[in-house]
Design a binder for this molecule. Structure first.
Ligand SMILES: [Zn+2]
Ligand SMILES: [Zn+2]
Length: 390
C-alpha cells in the first residue's frame, strides 16, 4: 500500500510499504478515507520529539471503513463507517476502567522508553513515535487498529465525513480541555491557541455554560474562525498586551478558567519567547512554556488551569509561587478518546459541535510534504489526506 513516511526532520515521502494484517483477534483493518494533520504531528516533524525513525508512518486523526475484523471483535463489522480515537486503550486495565484511557497500562509495548523519562509508561498513540508504542499511523491506505471494539466508533447518520474525521482527535481533545477546566455556568474562559483543538475547546465551553469565551492567537484566519465559527471574542497577541486585556475584560479579576491549546512550540512577543527559543535550541529545555506562564499570571485566584497542548519534557521559569499562592487547580493530559467520542458524536449530530470548518485543505498522500509545510506555516487550518486520491 501507499503511505506517507517520516524520512528526517521536515522530510516526508509517500512510499510503498507492506499492507497491515490482523495479528491479534481484537484487531480490525480499516481502509482510511480521511487522515488529518494535527499540531502535535508538527512537534515530531520539526524534530522536537525523539524516537521517530525513517520509514515510520505518521498520522493519528482518522476515519475510514472497516474491511476486516479479527475473530475477537464483537461490535464492528465489515463495511462500518468508523472514526478511531488517536489513543490506543485496552478497555480492561484499571485506568481504562476509570475512563482514563490515555493512561492505559497495556497498549505501549515500548513502556521502558517513557518510564525512564516520565516514571511511568503512557498509552500507545497511532503514528506517534516509538516512545508512544511505535504503532503505524493513519497517513496510509490501510491501518491496523488494535482493540478495535474499544477504540473505533461507528459514525451516526447525518455526520458527514468532512466533520467526522475530527471526532478522532481535535474534538475530543478540545472537549476534554473544557471538561478539565470544570467550567461552571457563567464562567469567563480564556483559551490560548485557535487551531483545531482550540476551536473545539471554545465550542465545548459554550455547551458547558460559559458566559464569555476569549480566544488568543495571532493568525488572522484562525482568529476569524474563532469569532465566526466558534463565536469567541478574540485577542491578537501580536497587537495587544494580552495580560492587560484579560484583566480589563474581567473587571480586574482574571478568567475563571484558562486553557492551553498550544503546548511546546509556543511563540510570543516578550522576553520569554527568546529565552525559551534559545534554551530549546541549545537543548537546555525541551519545551517553550510561554502559554503556561501567561495562564498562571492571568488566571483568577482559585481558578482552573487546563492543559492539552503537548509538552515533552523539562521546562524553565514557571512562576510556581504565583500558582501556589493563588491556589490554582491544574489538570492536564492526552485526551481520553474512548470516554469522549460517544458523547461528542451526539453533540455533533445535534449541531452543538461543528468541526466541519476545520477541513480547509484536501490532498493526496503524494502531496504530504507540501501539506505539512503549509500547515507548519499556518497557511492551513487542517490539511486532510485522502489516500484514495492520486
Ligand atoms: Zn493530535
Ligand atoms: Zn487499558
Amino acid at each position: 500500500m501507499k503511505a506517507l513516511c517520516y524520512n528526517g526532520v521536515r522530510d516526508l515521502r509517500a512510499e510503498r510499504v507492506p499492507d497491515p494484517t490482523i495479528i491479534n483477534p481484537k484487531d480490525a483493518i480499516i481502509r482510511v478515507t480521511y487522515s488529518s494533520v494535527c499540531g502535535s504531528d508538527l512537534h515530531i516533524v520539526n524534530g522536537y520529539i525523539p524516537s521517530v525513525l525513517a520509514g515510520d508512518i505518521l498520522g493519528h486523526e482518522f476515519m475510514g471503513e472497516v474491511v476486516e475484523v479479527g475473530s475477537g471483535v464483537k461490535k464492528l463489522k465489515k463495511g462500518d463507517r468508523v472514526v478511531v480515537g488517536s489513543i490506543l486503550a485496552c478497555g480492561e486495565c484499571q485506568y481504562c476502567q476509570s475512563q482514563s484511557y490515555s493512561l492505559c497500562d497495556n497498549t505501549n509495548p515500548h513502556a521502558w522508553m517513557t518510564e525512564k523519562m516520565y516514571g511511568d509508561a503512557t498509552a500507545g498513540i497511532f503514528g506517534y513515535t516509538h516512545a508512544f508504542g511505535g504503532y503505524a499511523g493513519s497517513h496510509a491506505e490501510y491501518i491496523r487498529v488494535p482493540f478495535a471494539d474499544v477504540g473505533a466508533f461507528v459514525i451516526p447518520e447525518g455526520i458527514p465525513d468532512e466533520s467526522a474525521v475530527f471526532a478522532s482527535d481535535a474534538v475530543p481533545t478540545g472537549f476534554m480541555a473544557a471538561d478539565m477546566a470544570d467550567i461552571q455556568p457563567g464562567d469567563v474562559v480564556a483559551i490560548w491557541g485557535c487551531g483545531g483543538v482550540g476551536q473545539m475547546a471554545i465550542q465545548t465551553a459554550w455547551i458547558m455554560g460559559a458566559s464569555r469565551v476569549i480566544a488568543i492567537d495571532k493568525e488572522p484566519e484562525r482568529l476569524r474562525m474563532a469569532r465566526e465559527n466558534s463565536r469567541a471574542e478574540t485577542l491578537d497577541f501580536s497587537k495587544v498586551e494580552v495580560m492587560e486585556a484579560l484583566r480589563e475584560m474581567t473587571g480586574g479579576r482574571g478568567p475563571d478558567a484558562c486553557i492551553d491549546c498550544v503546548g511546546m512550540e509556543a511563540t510570543g512577543e516578550g522576553w520569554g519567547y527568546y529565552y525559551d527559543k534559545a534554551k530549546q535550541s541549545l537543548r537546555l529545555e525541551n519545551d517553550r512554556p510561554l502559554v503556561l506562564r501567561d495562564m498562571i499570571i492571568a488566571c483568577k485566584k482559585g481558578g482552573n488551569i487546563s492543559i492539552v497542548g503537548v509538552y515533552s519534557g523539562f521546562i524553565d521559569s514557571i512562576p510556581m509561587g504565583a500558582a501556589m499562592n493563588k491556589a490554582l487547580t491544574f489538570k492536564m493530559g492526552q485526551q481520553h478518546s474512548q470516554k469522549y467520542i460517544p458523547q461528542l458524536l451526539e453533540h455533533m449530530q445535534n449541531g452543538e459541535l461543528d468541526p466541519g470548518f476545520l477541513f480547509t485543505h484536501k490532498m493526496s498522500l503524494e502531496e504530504g510534504q507540501k501539506g505539512y509545510m503549509m500547515f507548519n506555516d499556518k497557511k492551513a487550518m487542517r490539511v486532510v489526506f485522502d489516500p484514495r486520491m492520486n
